[in-house]
Design a protein around this ligand. Structure first.
Ligand SMILES: [Mg+2]
Length: 399
């Protein structure tokens, strides 16, 4: 990487010593960075959770926050512009809660899931954005209103904020388009019987939200790609998306498996996780299947570096595309170090931390030290902002 590129990335992020993290060997040769404006990411999550509680309902699951290795948007998007990080984080947190809520509702394919953003987009296209909160005097609006109405309001608000920040609308439209695709794909793939890793990844890459995650990345970088650039970069993205998706399966398996086993008739019958699929395909136990998933994750991580290197050798790469490729690569270790320690997948770690700090779980405000940046954050608390609940996690919209 040239000195100018390093200096550009240094302005907004710090290089972290990856040897200090338990990467499970999943990101060999990668550089780990962390956004300097992490407080903005924390703020965006808190805003989103407060709005959700006010307009939609209570929260009982962890989201983006990670007091051990950093907020997911700080580790996944280290070079996101600081003035855009709060909104990116808001959308990320909303997606987590949206997905959790839908899992709990077990809604059918004709429910509200894909509708609100479509309405908001058409409103934006017509330049008739009207963001108006539901009216009543209650502290928690959700006690008196249809949650779908709350979702519509929050999503319209997000669209308005994206539009205001994104002058040519290219990034914001990409975010909405990929959101729709993700939801449609997810709804139609739950009972699919996958027969190979390639077939699964074709589905999973969309299901896990990789394109949507990338759309947020582009917005955060204030970069829009032309259709020609998109086509040119298509083959580069695939191994990156694949390793992000597989790493998610690897780290979130345990918490998802408990939920799968406890669901009525194991429904949906096909558990969307590579570890489970390896168990089915090869008749192996959890540990062996996890190792297969780990090795597949590494294979795609290595492949991504190779294709990027070959691409750069072929000819001159524009500064924009180079910055984009660097940002894609930062996602790989950022995803790993967030996932291996986040309360969303490992809620028990918060209980251990709380005990270690001499406090009980569920009512304390004694604070847990963020080990790498030194921010004091509450260790636990009520579910009104949801960072600190003890409930199990389930994830689909994530990397
Ligand atoms: Mg998962």
């Amino acid at each position: 990487m040239n000195a100018q590129a390093i200096a550009e990335d240094d302005q907004v992020s710090d290089i972290m010593d990856i040897a200090q993290y338990n990467t499970h060997g999943l990101c060999p040769g990668y550089v780990l960075r962390r956004n300097k404006a992490e407080a903005e990411a924390d703020g965006g999550s808190e805003d989103a959770r407060a709005d959700w509680v006010k307009y939609i309902g209570p929260i009982d699951r962890y989201g983006s926050w990670n007091p051990f290795n950093g907020h997911v948007c700080a580790t996944l998007y280290p070079t996101c512009l600081p003035e855009r990080l709060r909104l990116v984080s808001y959308l990320w947190e909303y997606a987590f809660m949206f997905d959790d809520k839908l899992e709990l509702e077990k809604v059918g394919p004709t429910h509200v899931r894909s509708q609100p953003f479509a309405r908001s987009q058409s409103e934006m296209d017509a330049h008739q954005i009207k963001v108006k909160p539901p009216q009543n005097d209650a502290k928690n609006e959700w006690e008196y209103m249809d949650p779908a109405q709350g979702k519509t309001f929050i999503q319209a608000q997000m669209i308005a904020q994206l539009a205001a920040a994104d002058s040519d609308q290219a990034c914001s439209k990409r975010i909405m388009r990929t959101w729709q695709t993700m939801l449609t794909t997810t709804l139609h793939g739950k009972d699919k019987a996958f027969t190979s890793l390639d077939e699964y990844l074709d589905f999973r890459i969309v299901d896990t939200g990789a394109n949507w995650v990338e759309a947020l990345l582009l917005f955060g970088l204030q970069i829009s790609l032309t259709p020609e650039e998109d086509a040119l970069l298509f083959h580069l993205r695939h191994p990156c998306y694949a390793t992000l998706s597989l790493a998610n399966d690897y780290f979130s398996f345990d918490v998802e498996y408990v939920e799968f086993l406890s669901s009525p008739q194991n429904s949906p019958r096909s558990f969307v996780n590579a570890v489970w699929l390896f168990m089915q395909w090869h008749g192996v136990d959890v540990d062996e299947a996890k190792e297969m998933t780990r090795l597949a994750t590494i294979e795609y991580a290595e492949r991504f570096l190779v294709v990027c290197s070959e691409f750069r050798k072929k000819g001159e790469v524009s500064a924009k595309v180079d910055r984009y490729l660097r940002a894609l690569a930062y996602q790989v270790p950022g995803n790993v170090i967030w996932s291996e320690s986040c309360p969303r997948y490992f809620p028990e770690r918060m209980e251990e931390r709380a005990v270690g700090h001499g406090g009980g779980v569920g009512n304390g405000h004694e604070g847990v030290k963020n080990e790498h940046v030194g921010n004091d954050v509450p260790s636990n608390g009520d579910v009104s902002n949801g960072h600190f609940s003890n409930a199990r996690m389930d994830v689909k919209v994530s990397v």
